[in-house]
Design a protein around this ligand. Structure first.
Ligand code: SAM
Length: 277
């Protein structure tokens, strides 16, 4: 008889993903959520919050590169960047690759996510040591509401819209972000899978459209998230963000100028399901 240990996420009521586990590295409860870190055979180390996979060593780059480099290459001269959520540090790692950026703030509500990522995911949390980065442990909704006309880019790297993250998908939060952005600012948020969380995507897209002048959905591959097809919704005050304004200037494994352009080409079924004209 051989004993096997598996990590299983229930992605929907009728769909699960399982990864065979080599070792359990961390299991604890923060003030806000259950945090698990396991080493898996297929995807390397994996962090889950309340049972939902947030990052794995093998595929996190696809998500973090698309979160960071699409808005950063769509803006002609980004100087100040705010990341809300993203306590693992993956998005910040990508942002710090842009040498012209002067300041990067990360606001995550849960200090334990930041601590656990620093301990178990050094290649993901590496950007936290960049001297332009300031980390704040606060509710992103409250934090952004105190800022006006300040940021060039705001990135919302949140958990799914339940409990503490629910407000991160609602109109008042998007309005605060709009006000916190400068006159040509750009905002992007992860907006889930069209296959598994269509209602969330539809609602986020509709809510962002109520606030921003121009809104697009773009997509990428993210194997360990539900269905593997992942969307990002981006709101812009001024620029057409569907085309990069500059050639890719940083080292990447997923993002480049062609991927940027291709990501905005939505398959007809997505346009239809989301109800786009
Ligand atoms: N890429 C991930 C995904 O889509 O599965 C998200 C990663 S990141 C770990 C999500 C972070 O959002 C968590 O660390 C969580 O603590 C943070 N978060 C949730 N609600 C928040 C809020 N209201 N303010 C700030 N951070 C929040």
């Amino acid at each position: 008889m051989s004993l096997e240990l598996w990590f299983t996420e229930e992605q929907t009521k009728n769909l699960r993903i399982s990864c065979r586990v080599k070792e359990v590295l961390y299991h604890g409860r923060s003030k806000y959520q259950e945090i698990v870190v396991v080493d898996t055979y297929e995807y390397g180390r994996l962090m889950a919050l309340d049972g939902a996979i947030q990052i794995t060593e093998k595929d996190e780059f696809t998500y973090h590169e698309m979160m960071a480099h699409v808005p950063l290459h769509a803006h002609p001269f980004p100087r100040r960047v705010l990341v809300i959520g993203g306590g693992d540090g993956g998005t910040v790692r990508e942002v710090v690759k842009h040498q012209d950026i002067g300041s990067i703030e990360l606001v995550d509500i849960d200090e334990d996510v930041i601590r656990v990522s620093k301990e178990f995911f050094p290649t993901v949390s590496v950007g936290f040591s960049d001297k332009r980065v300031t980390v704040k442990v606060e509710d992103g909704v409250k934090y952004v509401s105190t800022k006006k006309d300040y940021y060039d880019i705001v990135i919302v790297d949140s958990t799914d819209p339940v409990d503490i993250a629910k407000v991160l998908f609602e109109v008042p939060f998007y309005r605060s972000i709009y006000e916190a952005l400068r006159e040509d600012g750009i905002f992007v948020a992860q907006t889930e899978s069209p296959f598994c969380e269509l209602d969330i995507l539809r609602e986020a897209y509709g809510n962002i459209k109520r606030v921003f002048e121009s809104v697009w959905i773009y997509w990428g591959v993210m194997p360990t998230y539900p269905s593997g097809m992942w969307t990002y919704t981006i709101g812009s005050k001024k620029y057409d963000v569907s085309v990069p304004r500059r050639a890719c200037s940083v080292e990447t494994r997923y993002y480049n100028s062609d991927v940027h352009k291709a990501a905005f080409v939505l398959p007809p079924f997505v346009r239809e399901w989301v109800g786009m004209e």
